[in-house]
Structures are given as structure tokens and as C-alpha cells.
Design a protein around this ligand. Structure first.
Ligand SMILES: [Zn+2]
Length: 520
């Protein structure tokens, strides 16, 4: 997905009703192996590079964003101009990413000829349309079976309106991942094995991929298309309940949170016995949506053990009282003692969660959440680690978009770095479930990035002090040169947090006149 994550142009946020960025047109290909077993077909899936900003480390299908030139490609048996362009996008992406060319006439090309065509395309000597014309090839809509159109939920910093096409891999062509920037690897898998790997928590997939695998697991039947299109999400209805992992449901709700985030993730964890972490939204319609999701899960046989709060911030607790009321007042609310004390009077916390406490959730799979008291962003902040699957619910300590604000006195940079280091030391870590944005499939790299970013800022602040800056405002002016004027007050709070840490580390001193001086 070349243009998706590497585009220098930032997604323009549009203030739609749902909030979030405007979805961009994209296409993806579910590639079926030639002559595959119709009862348990083989598909080609790829693992996205962990360096990718969007769904790094996830298993996915090849695909990417629509390019203007895709509209110039001739597609036979295609009535609708939009669909034709999306087919062209799918064919081009499949060729660019996996070196598989699904075009009429391409069966006579040798592997070497295909490689030279690909080189023409990638070097920019020819557009995809020119290349097909030049070699007397054309696309045919019959080779691209429409299998749904899914829109990334508004909680994501990058959003796509993706057309999925089921495509038979031509005989004598073998997909090939070069292990470049975007895709780390790719392989044929039977759909049964792919679903089993997801169920064993070995892979991460986005909802449309899981839906495709489960649909294909029903076999290549005559009603395959209807089964693909049987869920409203395959017709662009936003996905609300996202099961990134068995037993971990992410339900983003719109909240008055800090931009670029527009939503807070509520997590419903447990395959039978369930905890609800951060019912966050103060908005009635969002509370109703969450309540209806909880009701669905209750009908499916789960039960609610308790509501858990990661920390005290308003964009995490706005829906607690409403959910307690919806559940007839019979559900406990649990949090760290420091959170309970701070919220006293607004939310009644019935149970305190201590560091290292284990919360056992019966079900299939059975989950063991180990609570970690991880102050820094907030004094009473809790994270939860599931040791068997390596999932870590990170609250606001690590998020899938935007940055984490450390605002003293509630925020404390020294504590925060210690908390990050504690997360880094966890023995088994496969995914981070943050309170904002999509799940993070490259957990160790993300934690390293967070620590490195703070240490770099710290070094820059010390350097600024040595160069004569004295107050937080002066330091911000030197260090945060790329920050929007509106964000300057927040940057000052962050600098203050760093200064407090450096003072505690005995690396600087605060003079009586309010000036910070670096110690030598
Ligand atoms: Zn927060």
C-alpha cells in the first residue's frame, strides 16, 4: 500500500458528523490460489511491515490507495466508471505488491517480461494504463469479483473506503513479496488455518480481513457473494465492534478528547466473563451505542463482571454512570485507589485495583489480566497485561494516534518513563491496545519510540538551558520550533514535566527568580 502510509501529504481532518479524517478510496485483493480446494481455499495474505504507521504488523490482503491515472485504464465488461477505476486500482496494486498481473493477454508473458513491465511501472516510464495498452493487454471486470466495501472507523488517523475484490491467481504466476518498506512477508494459507491462527491470538487482522477469511471458510459456494455482503459493514456502514483479538473487543466512542483523536476506545475484555474498560463517552447517543453492544454480548452469553477505569480523565469516564444505570445498578466499578480518591463524589468506585493484581476471566479463551500501576500520565493510571496472548491494554500511556500529554502535577515525567520502561520489560508482548486509535502491532518498537522521543526532548531541553534559555516558555521557543501557536501552552506543560524530572534527577536547579539552570 505504497501511497497509504508513506504519503507526505497529511490527511486533512474533516469535521464530519462522526469526526475523524475523510476516508480515501482504496482497493484490496483477496487472491485465491489457482485450482484451490473449494471447501477450504487457499488465499495469499501479507504481513504489513512493523514500520508502517497504519496497521503495522497486521496481516492483511494486498491493496492500496486509488491513483488518478487508474481512471484511464480500460476495463471490459464494466458499466460503472467508479467500479472500473477501483478494479484498475486493485489490479495495479496486486501487480506492484505481489508481481501478479491479472490482465487478459498476460498469460503469454514470461516471468522476465512481467518483471520488465513492473519496472516500467515503478520507474514511472509508463502508467498502468499505458503499459496495458502498449502490450495489448486489458482488464476484465469478470476477473474481479466484488466482495464488499468497508470504511475504516473514524477512530483511525488514516481512513480508507476500501473495495474488496476476489481474484483467482492466474496459473503460472506466483505471488512474491520483496520484503520492502511496506510488506514484510507474504504466504499462501488455507482460510481454516488463517482463522485458527487468529483464534490462537497469533495474528492481528482488521475486521474486513477476518470477515473475508471466515466467509471463505464456508467454502467457495454459489452463495459466496451474498455471504460476503451479508453484514452491513460490507456496505460501508461503520464498523463499531472491532475484535482485533479473540476476547478483546474494541468499541471506540466519540468523546471530547484532544485532537487529533476524536474517539476513546472502550475495551470489552473476556470471552464469557467480561470486564468493560473505560466506558468513555458523555454523549447520549454514544452511550446508547455502547449499551446496545453490551446487550448484544449479554445475549451471546457473556456476563459483565465489572467496569474498570484506567484513569480519571473526563474522556475516559464520561459514560460510567450511564452504563451502571443501564445495567440496573448491579455492576461494580473498579479503579486504582488514587483514581477513586480523585473521582470521589462524581463516580462511586466500589473496588480498588492494586498493582500486580490478577483478574481472571473465565471463558474460551480464558484470560488473565495483570494490573500494572503505571503512573506518569495520571497518578492512578492502570495498564493491563494478558500474559498468555501478550496483549497490553495501555490506556493513555501509549496511544494509536496523537501524543501523550504529561501535565504536572497530575502528570509526572519521571514516573512516566519508569512506567514505559516497565512495559518494555514485559516478557511477552504482541499487541498494544491504546485508548485512542487502532491497535498497535509493533509493541516493542512503539515503546522504544516513546522512550527515545522523551529522552531526545530531555536532551534538547538541557541543551537549551545551557544555551541560555531559562523559563519553560523560552525553552519551548527553542525546542518546539515545529509546534502550532495554539499548542504552545501544552508544550509548556510538557517542558515543565521534563524540568521537574531533570530537577529530581539532580541535573538542574531552579533559582529563586524562577530561572532553571543546568548543573554541570
Ligand atoms: Zn488521559
Amino acid at each position: 500500500m505504497r501511497t497509504q502510509a508513506d504519503s507526505p501529504v497529511k490527511d486533512k481532518a474533516s469535521a464530519g458528523a462522526s469526526g475523524g479524517a475523510t476516508p480515501k478510496d482504496a482497493a484490496a485483493v483477496i487472491l485465491l490460489r489457482d485450482g484451490t480446494d473449494a471447501s477450504n481455499p487457499e488465499v495469499f495474505w501479507v504481513r504489513r511491515s512493523e514500520r508502517m504507521a497504519f496497521l503495522g504488523g497486521f496481516h492483511a490482503f494486498p491493496g492500496g490507495q486509488l491513483e488518478a491515472a487508474d481512471a484511464q485504464v480500460r476495463v471490459e465488461n464494466c458499466e460503472d466508471a467508479e467500479a472500473c477505476a477501483m478494479i484498475a486500482c486493485a489490479a495495479r496494486e496486486l501487480f506492484e505488491e505481489l508481481n501478479v498481473l491479472v490482465a487478459r493477454g498476460a498469460e503469454t508473458l514470461t516471468k522476465g517480461q512481467r518483471a520488465s513491465l513492473l519496472d516500467d511501472l515503478e520507474s514511472g516510464r509508463m502508467t498502468f494504463a499505458e503499459l496495458l495498452n502498449h502490450y495489448g493487454l486489458h482488464l476484465d471486470a469478470d476477473d474481479f469479483r466484488f466482495s464488499g466495501r468497508w470504511v475504516t472507523p473514524p477512530f483511525s488517523p488514516r481512513r480508507f473506503d476500501t473495495w474488496f475484490f476476489l481474484v483467482n491467481c492466474p496459473a503460472k504466476q506466483e505471488p512474491y513479496v520483496r520484503g520492502e518498506a511496506e510488506l514484510e512477508s507474504g504466504e499462501w494459507t488455507t482460510v481454516a488455518e488463517a482463522v485458527a491462527r487468529w483464534e490462537r491470538s497469533e495474528v492481528l487482522t482488521a475486521p474486513p480481513v477476518l470477515h473475508a477469511l471466515k466467509t471463505l471458510a464456508g467454502g467457495l459456494t454459489a452463495d459466496l457473494r451474498e455471504r460476503f455482503l451479508s453484514v452491513p459493514q460490507s456496505h460501508r456502514e461503520p464498523v463499531r465492534r472491532i475484535e482485533f483479538r479473540p476476547g478483546f473487543i474494541c468499541f471506540p466512542v466519540r468523546t471530547p478528547t484532544k485532537p487529533p483523536a476524536t474517539h476513546t476506545n472502550c475495551y470489552l475484555v473476556g470471552a464469557s466473563e467480561m470486564v468493560i474498560i473505560d466506558p468513555a463517552s458523555p454523549y447520549e447517543e454514544e452511550q446508547a451505542a455502547l449499551a446496545s453492544c453490551v446487550d448484544d454480548l449479554l445475549r451471546e452469553g457473556r456476563n459483565v463482571r465489572e467496569i474498570i477505569l484506567t484513569h480519571l480523565h473526563p474522556d475516559h469516564i464520561g459514560g460510567v454512570n450511564a452504563l451502571v444505570k443501564h445495567l440496573g445498578g448491579r455492576v461494580r466499578v473498579a479503579a486504582h485507589q488514587l483514581t477513586a480518591e480523585a473521582l470521589d463524589g462524581s463516580i462511586s468506585i466500589n473496588r480498588l485495583i492494586a498493582d500486580e493484581e490478577i483478574i481472571e476471566l473465565e471463558g474460551e479463551p480464558r484470560l488473565l489480566l495483570r494490573a500494572m500501576h503505571t503512573p506518569g500520565h495520571a497518578r492512578g493510571h492502570l495498564c493491563f497485561h494478558e500474559e498468555r496472548t501478550g496483549a497490553l491494554i495501555t490506556g493513555d500511556n501509549i496511544v494509536g494516534l496523537g501524543s501523550v500529554l504529561i501535565d504536572p502535577p497530575e502528570g509526572n515525567m519521571r514516573d512516566y518513563l519508569r512506567s514505559l520502561e516497565r512495559m518494555r520489560a514485559l516478557p511477552h508482548l504482541t499487541v498494544l491496545f491504546g485508548a485512542h486509535g487502532p491497535a498497535i502491532g509493533n509493541p516493542r518498537a512503539k515503546i522504544e519510540e516513546y522512550i527515545a522521543h522523551r529522552l531526545e526532548r530531555e536532551a534538547n531541553i538541557l541543551a537549551a538551558l545551557r544555551e541560555g534559555a531559562c523559563t519553560p516558555a523560552e525553552i519551548v521557543a527553542r525546542v518546539y520550533t515545529d509546534v502550532h501557536p495554539k499548542a504552545l501552552p501544552m508544550a509548556e506543560r510538557a517542558v515543565l514535566a521534563h524540568l521537574e524530572k531533570l530537577e529530581a534527577d539532580n541535573l538542574l536547579a531552579l533559582r529563586d527568580d524562577g530561572c532553571y539552570i543546568a548543573n554541570d
